[in-house]
Design a protein around this ligand. Structure first.
Ligand SMILES: Cc1cc2nc3c(=O)[nH]c(=O)nc-3n(C[C@H](O)[C@H](O)[C@H](O)COP(=O)(O)OP(=O)(O)OC[C@H]3O[C@@H](n4cnc5c(N)ncnc54)[C@H](O)[C@@H]3O)c2cc1C
Length: 221
């Protein structure tokens, strides 16, 4: 069902990611990890739907999206980043992208962290984070979405990997087979993978080869 919702607040998360808090339609429900089709309620943009993931708790009185802008695409994310509180977007019903099944490894690249933000925030809220580990890859430390919140929630249960920066406290390199073998002891746990196309395909193939169960979502081609 189509819902027109007003933007309540917009905050910068990183240099190219913004957090949008929106009105929540009465009775609107989603499962952490789910997404919806979003378009902008402005002439010419209403039909341009793109998927974005809910990042707040389902019980919060507002909806939240955490959106990376791609100005070079001249598409919806560029326009979303130009919006102001009071502007409106159109959302559809929530649909499944990835859902929490049991403790395991969350492996994310860049904005691919968003479904895991909703899941990790919910597990943290419910005191059920134990046994879960995050492997989060970004180009540089400036690209890490919600870094301080993730560090508070997960502490030692997270590894931050940088592909284009060497910095103390962070791993340097790629999420390849060597890295996975070095950092993962039990491949019989559940694996949740989300990020750009090639990263997700490569990691899912490697994990499956190593005998793991993998749920994967591709965010961009
Ligand atoms: C289930 C799901 C959930 C998602 N949730 C989130 C989320 O919570 N947060 C988030 O940030 N993202 C999320 N994404 C990714 C998000 O949907 C895309 O980033 C978004 O659709 C991009 O829209 P756009 O209109 O800006 O660009 P696009 O639709 O990618 O591109 C618009 C046009 O730009 C051109 N173009 C495409 N790629 C390039 C390029 N590399 N260089 C130049 N031009 C190009 C093409 O001509 C294209 O038609 C999710 C994706 C999925 C599948």
């Amino acid at each position: 069902m189509k819902n027109i919702v007003r933007i309540l607040d917009i905050q910068a998360v990183t240099h190219d990611v913004k957090c949008f808090r929106m009105e929540k339609p009465a009775g609107y429900q989603f499962v952490p990890g789910q997404a919806t089709d979003v378009s902008i309620n402005q002439p010419g943009w209403e039909a341009e739907k793109r998927p974005f993931t809910f990042t707040a708790l389902n019980t919060a009185p507002y909806l939240e999206f955490t959106i990376k802008g791609y100005p070079d695409h001249h598409g919806v994310t560029e326009q979303l980043h130009l919006l102001r509180p009071g502007d409106e977007i159109i959302i559809e019903d929530a649909w499944g992208a990835i859902e929490y099944k049991r403790p395991g490894y969350f492996i994310a690249g860049g904005a691919g962290i968003t479904p895991f933000i909703a899941i990790l925030r919910t597990l943290h809220h419910d005191n059920r984070l134990a046994g879960n580990t995050l492997l989060f890859s970004n180009k540089t430390s400036a690209d890490i979405i919600y870094e301080s919140e993730l560090k508070t929630m997960l502490g030692e249960q997270a590894i931050y990997l940088l592909t284009k920066e060497n910095k103390p406290g962070y791993q340097n390199g790629y999420l390849d087979e060597n890295f996975l073998r070095e950092h993962i002891t039990q491949f019989n746990q559940h694996f949740y993978v989300c990020g750009p196309d090639k990263m997700v395909q490569d990691i899912a193939a490697t994990l499956e080869k190593l005998g793991a169960n993998v749920d994967a979502v591709i965010f961009e081609k």
